[in-house]
Write a protein that binds this ligand. Structure first.
Ligand code: SF4
Length: 283
């Protein structure tokens, strides 16, 4: 039985906080006995829900990716090594990359005339697009640093080789996504490529620019290197397979922290002394 109320009675009930269900166009079809004032009608039938698949079963169905370094890296020549890096899938950084950055692009010759090796951290957006290490503003700053040291980037095919050459590369050849830091595993995996580059170039001195470069090059010689900050490692001469290694800031950092440029210059001066002869290195 429905309750017939006039406007004045409804206003009085509202004032007292009493709600009254009134038929509307939408719920006219609901039988009056199911209409409850002030609380929801009881649900007599259970609601059917989709049954979730076990996570373990879902993961097991994903295809397993076989990850491995190209075989025979330690006997590859310069061309073979470039090809191996360009198709390497040894770590997850290969997924979605535009290109791996070997160092300089289209370098057909082993830069055995490069006395210097500059090792940065890893490829970035612009570098992977251009397939070349140290491009853009950071690359310009590096070139200016090299110029100040009397060096030129190898190979500078536009110029006669008039100055000592520096080959530039990164510890990690592919770009980590979302500008995150490289992991220890990525550094260690990609080290095989850097190691072979060093064996082929045989530089007189290596400049390690940045944390990943330091960890890749000094893991064997400095205990707990992954826990040490770059600033504490500066000013010393380290060794990688008997080649002197000098630690300094990467150009990308110096662009943001110009106050540390004077410290970087001191590092470069130390590297110059080392390159000109070990007897001068400690002066
Ligand atoms: S970062 Fe190095 S190890 Fe990882 S896929 Fe690229 S080239 Fe291979």
């Amino acid at each position: 039985m429905s309750l017939q109320l006039d406007a004045r009675q409804r206003a009085m009930l509202a004032e007292m906080g009493i709600k009254v269900w009134l038929p509307t166009a939408e719920n006219k079809s609901i039988p009056p006995e199911t209409k409850v004032v002030g609380k929801a009608a009881p649900i007599t039938q259970p609601i059917a829900r989709p049954i979730a698949q076990p996570v373990v079963e879902t993961i097991a169905k994903l295809p397993t990716v076989e990850r491995s370094l190209p075989s025979g890296i330690n006997v590859m020549n310069w061309i073979q090594l470039q090809q191996a890096v360009s198709t390497c899938n040894a770590c997850g950084l290969c997924e979605g990359r535009v290109s791996a950055v070997f160092g300089s692009k289209l370098l057909a010759e082993n830069p055995s005339n490069a006395n210097w090796l500059i090792v940065g951290e890893h490829a970035d957006d612009q570098e992977e697009f251009e397939s070349q290490a140290f491009v853009g503003p950071a690359g310009e700053l590096l070139d200016n640093m090299l110029k100040a040291m009397g060096l030129q980037r190898a190979p500078d095919v536009s110029q006669p080789i008039a100055k000592p050459q520096a080959f530039v590369t990164h510890a990690i050849k592919c770009k980590p996504s979302n500008h995150r830091k490289s992991t220890q595993q990525e550094i260690q995996t990609c080290h095989a490529h850097l190691k072979r580059q060093i064996e082929l170039i045989k530089p007189r001195v290596i400049l390690a620019m940045g944390q990943s470069a330091i960890q890749s090059l000094l893991k064997e010689s400095v205990p707990d290197i992954e826990k040490m900050v770059l600033g504490k490692l500066r000013g010393e001469i380290y060794r990688y397979q008997d080649i002197p290694v000098i630690v300094t800031y990467p150009p990308s950092y110096l662009l943001k922290s110009a106050g540390d440029k004077s410290k970087a210059w001191r590092d470069l001066c130390l590297a110059l002394r080392v390159a000109s002869g070990p007897q001068n290195a400690g002066n």
